[in-house]
Design a binder for this molecule. Structure first.
Ligand SMILES: C[S@@+](CC[C@H](N)C(=O)[O-])C[C@H]1O[C@@H](n2cnc3c(N)ncnc32)[C@H](O)[C@@H]1O
Length: 326
């Protein structure tokens, strides 16, 4: 796109996002909370530029390509990718309220080349080898452990040979600041003014309320155990955990230990749970699936030597992985 066209497109996308947010606010819709990520046009521009640098500028043939924005939430990232020149972008998410919302704003603005689809039972509803690229941005830090592997193998399935997965996430555990942030979140949202044995944080209490709503017959002890076992899960994931518990009587694996100072650990294997995303581990999983991978610390894919990468991972939470399907 020429500079003038890029500027006009950026202006259009700002106007569209402002109008969507205005509608949500008028309707006092729950999605209005999400709008706090886009307080003004500068924030919209910043996010659009992020996708431009990380995806549109880096993929030859991006203009006219077909791609998938996996974990699209309300679909604003999908809108950016489409408006940056891709011919067709599929926004896919496993949480139906997000997809319903994205589909409803899309109908209001009748935007071409965008399609929002629900990912049911960890399957991406797209054909094999149908995409030139897949973007997974800030999704795995919100994903339940068991669903990450499926998301990666589904990504591989829908990519054309030579297609690229652009992955970015912000909870790299090699960075002490990340671990401090997660510990603080654990104390603030899970423990609150209670103790690790009897948590009272707002996220914990909210899960208890949801679990009650999904199964009013659960005893107090079972409900608390389920709420402890679904640390960091929400919505559909909690519903699934309650359903599984009803059938199998097994609790989900996301326990946190009675130690409010530590990042929540799974006592079964002693590993950190919650929203940690380890770049080395993820790159290893991608390689095992047949991707060539490249971890870096800036969205312009700048290569780093192994020692430089290790040093930078200690100081920054955010990292990128570019993975090409062989
Ligand atoms: C923080 S939002 C990211 C939104 C968007 N990618 C962006 O960059 O603005 C995280 C999204 O990931 C979705 N998600 C969580 N687990 C997932 C999984 N296993 N596969 C695909 N999406 C998932 C959630 O439903 C949520 O909408």
């Amino acid at each position: 796109m020429t500079d003038k066209k890029t500027e006009e497109a950026a202006q259009d996308v700002k106007t569209t996002i402002r109008r969507i947010i205005d509608i949500w606010r008028q309707e006092a819709d729950f999605s209005a909370n999400y709008a706090s990520n886009y307080p003004d046009d500068d924030a919209v521009q910043w996010r659009r530029d992020f996708y431009k640098t990380m995806v549109a500028d880096m993929l030859p043939g991006f203009g006219g390509s077909t791609g998938c924005d996996l974990g699209c939430c309300y679909g604003f990232s999908t809108l950016f990718l489409r408006d940056l020149g891709a011919r067709r972008v599929y926004g896919v998410d496993p949480f139906s309220p997000f997809i319903d919302k994205a589909q409803s704003w899309q109908q209001t603005f009748t935007l071409e080349g965008l399609c929002f689809l629900l990912m049911a039972d960890t399957r991406i509803p797209l054909d094999d080898a149908s995409c030139d690229w897949v973007v997974i941005n800030q999704v795995f830090s919100n994903a339940y452990d068991g669903t990450r592997a499926a998301a990666l193998s589904e990504t591989r399935r829908i990519l054309k040979p030579g297609g690229v997965l652009v992955f970015s996430d912000g909870n790299n555990p090699h960075c002490p600041a990340t671990l401090n942030r997660l510990r603080k979140a654990y104390r603030d949202y899970e423990i609150g003014d209670g103790t690790a044995a009897a948590p009272r944080g707002p996220a914990f209490l909210n899960r208890c309320r949801l679990i009650r709503r999904f199964d009013a017959a659960l005893g107090e002890e079972e409900m608390t155990a389920l709420a402890r076992g679904t640390c960091y899960a929400w919505g559909a994931q909690i519903k699934a955990a309650v359903r599984d518990y009803r059938v199998t009587h097994t609790l989900p694996a996301r326990f946190f230990r009675d130690d409010a100072v530590q990042v929540p650990l799974n006592p079964e294997n002693g590993r950190a749970v919650g929203n940690i995303t380890d770049p080395y581990e993820l790159a290893g999983q991608m390689q095992a699936l047949g991707f060539e991978t490249h971890i870096c610390m800036s969205p312009d894919w700048r290569p780093l030597s192994a020692p430089a990468l290790a040093a930078q991972l200690k100081t920054a939470s955010l990292f990128y992985i570019y993975a090409r399907k062989r």
